[in-house]
Write a protein that binds this ligand. Structure first.
Ligand code: AMP
Length: 122
C-alpha cells in the first residue's frame, strides 16, 4: 500500500489537527489515544511516512528504526508504566484491523490488561 499523505496521523505530524502530545523528538511523536482502552493509552508514531510495521521494517533507515524504538521505551518510562508493566501493540494490515495507515505503536498501561487476544477456537 502506498502512503496516504492525508491520513489523520500525517495531519497531526504536520500540525494541521491537534493532539494530546506526551513526547516528541527527532524520530517520534507520542500522543494520547482519542478513545482510550486503558488508563494509560498512548500512540507512538515515527516522524517518517511509513504505512505500517512491514513498510517501516523494510524501508526505514537504521537511525529511524533505532530512534523510534528508543523513543517508545522512553515514552513508557516517562508515563510511569514500567513498574506496573505495559503492553505494546502495532496493528498491521487488514486482519489486524489497522484503522490509520501510518505506523503507530499503542502503549497500554495502568491496569491488568488481561489476555493478549480473544481466545482462538478455530
Ligand atoms: P489502529 O486500529 O491500530 O489503527 O488504531 C488507531 C487508533 O487511533 C485508535 O485507537 C483510535 O482511537 C486512534 N485515533 C484515531 N484518531 C485519533 C486522533 N485524532 N487522536 C488520537 N488518537 C486517534
Amino acid at each position: 500500500m502506498s502512503y496516504d499523505n492525508d491520513n489523520i496521523f500525517a495531519k497531526i505530524l504536520r500540525g494541521e489537527i491537534p493532539c494530546d502530545k506526551v513526547f516528541e523528538d527527532d524520530y517520534a511523536l507520542a500522543f494520547r489515544d482519542i478513545n482510550p482502552q486503558a488508563p494509560i493509552h498512548v500512540l507512538v508514531i515515527p516522524k517518517g511516512a511509513y504505512v505500517d510495521m512491514d513498510d517501516f521494517s523494510a524501508n526505514g533507515t537504521d537511525s529511524e528504526i533505532i530512534g523510534f524504538m528508543r523513543a517508545t521505551g522512553q515514552v513508557a518510562r516517562e508515563l510511569g508504566a514500567v513498574h506496573g508493566g505495559y503492553r505494546l501493540l502495532a496493528n498491521n494490515g487488514a486482519d489486524a484491523n489497522q484503522e490509520v495507515p501510518h505506523l503507530h505503536v499503542h502503549i497500554f498501561a495502568g491496569r491488568n490488561l488481561g489476555p493478549m487476544l480473544k481466545r482462538f477456537d478455530g
